[in-house]
Design a protein around this ligand. Structure first.
Ligand code: GLN
Ligand code: ZN
Length: 759
């Protein structure tokens, strides 16, 4: 006996086949039936991978052409008004991507992952109606291949918890309307087979929930788990503990409960409750969202601990979450150093780990066949090799971190800003940009060719410098006051730094789905981090030499670098982050010594790193704040530090943001007028603020008038002395024509306002 389980599998394809199929169809180079053929082929291959690895519980309906929340929207027929009249794939992709007459539905992050789901837009007038075809068809498709799947669904409470209502009402009050659809669906599912397992994902319960929401569990699952005796309902949670909900779920007629024991360590304390119920425990013990090879022996130990409380008969060994959040397979990693590669495991490799761990746990090491024994040996060896590798441990770095004592800048903001304003001489409402300028096809091509060795270093540098020259010339001509070099040499704000820091690795095929057809390939941090040489001084210094105006230097902050990488699992995140911070503090010192007077440290991902549970927030804030401050601690009194954050909701975190102690922060408020800025005033925020005055996420060129109005709104909240004027994010995704017009209008608007203020 051995029972193992995979919460869900990636669907993008081992070589991103789904991405390519979708994008070719969207570009009208192929038909929808081509997409369907490829999708079917992928599902088959993905099921086979799992079957071959010996996985007992394999999912259907974990596949999606775009997103599972969107699939659920279709399943419930909760179609927003503006898409009514469309059908099938046209409807589906219009909701996801918009069309000529209707804007796309909003997208947001799936819990604390980098996956983005489509946010349902609900209205009390919705008429829900079951559309079960995708779910039923996928089940049958697998069955035809001889694979009996469990069926994955997003649970009704999570669905509502992640929705928004067009009338701003409470989504949960619509439960009574969507529940009958789920009941009807389960009834239909129950007819598919003699007995059937349905995994209902309710990750909303890993967040802090009000009692009101917890109280929805019992009535909902008393119904859903009672539809038919041949249905086994497993409620799945992941990314954190769900201890409050567990207490309730055990009193419903569900068959099993899936808990994450890696990211929700608190779950271990719920075992008693489960043991005292008749529930099956789907134990998430193999990391589904990292890239490191699991330590099989440790996993089995964890399982043994669990089985001290919950009987083995009631345990199923599982991934901690869907493998969607891991890259697909190591098979295509041809360039990676062998050592490093042997430390990794992606989704396909994790299947073997789940299978092996469950075999050992249930049947003992002696039961392993020779292939499994070999796998276990190699697992032990690679973990040992990793632990002792000189690639990982850098004594010098560790000593420096231990003794590092410069935790913040020496002078108070009030003293710094006086000197800075004097020396830098910028006016009130100073104009600047967030850093990047349009990434033209030529720039991308040059970077690519240089990387491939097809473009010489000289030639490459000449091209980059030409870009910088033009960029500087434009900003001068336009009348922007604080200039930037435009970031042509960077393809990505984390990768650029990762490539120059020791301790970072890169993959060829480590793609992870981010949204729809889009994937990201995060760098991974495997060892102690150090900076062999300066990373930005060459380019920024060059740019500064081309102008008499102030050139702002651009860095990515420690917390963002960490949050957008796969992080080593043998060291606390806080410790890794501190190493990055120290490396950055050296970079800042180099920049100021090279004559750079303003340096921006971007923390685009500071907020998204916040833990799901309030109880962990203090710890996160403590080290995240510490490390931002360390990274800028080398800045002298007259070096002005800016930071940039890609969001606008600061209500919960304003004190932390203020404590970061940047001299100037630029933020993304352009889409919310001045509403969200008010918190800066209410909290008595002292530092200077650059609230984006126009939205760079759209190609639209904002008019002078529009920005005049926007600036007046800002001035209602903060005094002119405290305000900077800038777009709301980097301009790299825009076209030069748009950027030129928009920035000229922005500078014009500032002139008008300055005149107004004089009068
Ligand atoms: N300096 C970066 C840029 O302008 C900042 C981008 C970001 O924070 N997302 O592209
Ligand atoms: Zn931004």
């Amino acid at each position: 006996m051995s029972k193992n389980y995979v919460v869900g599998f990636p669907r993008i394809g081992e070589q991103r086949e789904l991405k390519k199929a979708l994008e070719s169809y969207w570009a009208k180079n192929s038909t929808f039936s081509d997409v369907e053929d490829i999708a079917k082929d992928l599902r088959t291959r993905h099921w086979k991978y799992q079957q071959n690895a010996g996985i007992d519980f394999i999912s259907s309906n974990d596949f999606s052409l775009y997103d599972n929340m969107l699939d659920t929207i279709v399943m419930l027929n909760s179609i927003p008004q503006r898409f009514i009249g469309l059908e099938d794939e046209e409807l589906y992709f219009s909701m996801a991507r918009g069309n000529k007459s209707a804007v796309a539905m909003e997208m947001t992050k799936w819990f604390n992952t980098n996956y983005h789901y489509i946010v349902p837009e609900l209205s009390p007038n919705d008429e829900y109606k079951l559309n079960s075809s995708k779910i039923i068809n996928e089940y049958k498709e697998a069955k035809e291949l001889g694979i009996k799947t469990k069926i994955n669904l997003i649970g009704p409470i999570t669905f509502l918890g992640l929705s928004k209502r067009v009338d701003r009402g409470d989504c949960y009050t619509l439960l009574y309307k969507i529940l009958p659809i789920y009941e009807e669906l389960l009834e239909e599912i129950s007819k598919l087979d003699d007995d059937i397992v349905v995994q209902i994902d309710e990750p909303i319960f890993v967040k802090d929930n009000e009692t009101k929401i917890l109280s929805l569990i019992k009535p909902t699952y008393d119904k859903l788990a009672n539809i038919s005796s041949n249905l086994k309902i497993i409620v799945s949670t992941y990314f954190e503990h769900s201890k409050e909900a567990t207490k309730v779920f055990v009193h419903t007629p569900i068959w099993g409960l899936g808990l994450d024991f890696l990211y929700g360590d608190e779950n271990i304390n719920s075992l008693e409750i489960i043991a005292n119920s008749d529930k099956v425990l789907v134990a998430g013990v193999v990391d589904g969202r990292n890239i490191w090879k699991n330590n099989i022996i440790k996993t089995v130990e964890l399982l043994e601990d669990i089985s001290k409380v919950v009987g083995k008969d009631n345990i199923i060994v599982s991934s901690s979450c869907s493998l969607l959040h891991a890259p697909f397979t190591l098979k295509y990693e041809e360039k990676m150093a062998q050592d490093i590669k042997s430390w990794l495991s992606y989704a396909v490799e994790k299947l073997d780990e789940i299978s092996l761990a469950s075999e050992i746990f249930f049947n003992g090491i002696d039961s392993l066949d020779s292939a499994q024994k070999e796998m276990l040996e190699s697992n032990k060896n690679s973990n040992l090799n990793r632990e002792n590798s000189s690639l990982i441990h850098n004594q010098e770095v560790q000593d420096r971190v231990k003794n590092f004592s410069k935790l913040q800048r020496d002078e108070k903001f009030e003293d710094r800003i006086k000197i800075q304003r004097e020396e830098l001489g910028y006016q009130d409402l100073a104009t600047t940009t967030i850093g990047s300028f349009p990434q033209t096809p030529e720039v991308r091509e040059a970077r690519r060719d240089f990387k491939k060795g097809e473009l010489s270093k000289d030639e490459y540098e000449t091209q980059m410098k030409k870009y910088i020259d033009d960029c500087v010339a434009f900003q001068e001509e336009c009348g922007i006051e604080i200039l930037v070099h435009g970031e042509p040499e960077r393809n990505d704000m984390v990768e650029y730094f990762g490539e120059q820091l020791d301790g970072f690795g890169f993959s060829q095929n480590g793609w992870v789905q981010s949204y729809g057809s889009r994937c990201v390939k995060p760098p991974f941090i495997y060892g102690d981090i150090s900076r062999p040489k300066s990373m930005t001084v060459y380019w920024i210094g060059y740019a500064q030499s081309k102008t008499d105006k102030i050139m702002k230097g651009m860095l990515t902050g420690p917390v963002t670098i960490l949050n957008w990488s796969f992080v080593r699992d043998d060291k606390a995140r806080a410790d890794v982050s501190k190493q990055i911070a120290i490396a950055l503090s050296d970079e800042i010192d180099d920049l100021q010594n090279a004559g750079i007077k303003i340096i921006q440290v971007d923390e685009a991902a500071f907020k998204e790193g916040y833990p799901l549970r309030a109880e962990k927030i203090k710890i996160y804030e403590k080290w995240a704040l510490r490390d931002f401050k360390i990274s800028v601690s080398s800045a002298k009194i007259n070096t002005q530090i800016h930071t940039h954050m890609c969001y606008s909701e600061f209500n919960d975190i304003i004190d932390t943001i203020e404590a970061m102690d940047a001299d100037v922060i630029s933020i993304e408020t352009s889409r919310s007028g001045n509403e969200l800025l008010k918190i800066f005033k209410e909290s008595g925020y002292k530092q200077e603020v650059g609230p984006g005055v126009y939205d760079i996420h759209s190609p639209r060129v904002p008019s002078v008038d529009e920005m005049v109005i926007q600036i007046r709104l800002l001035l209602e909240v903060l005094p002119k002395e405290q305000l900077w004027i800038n777009p709301d994010c980097g301009l790299k995704t825009r076209k030069w024509e748009e950027v030129k017009l928009s920035l000229k209008n922005m500078v014009e608007a500032v002139k008008i306002i300055r005149e107004e203020l004089k009068a």
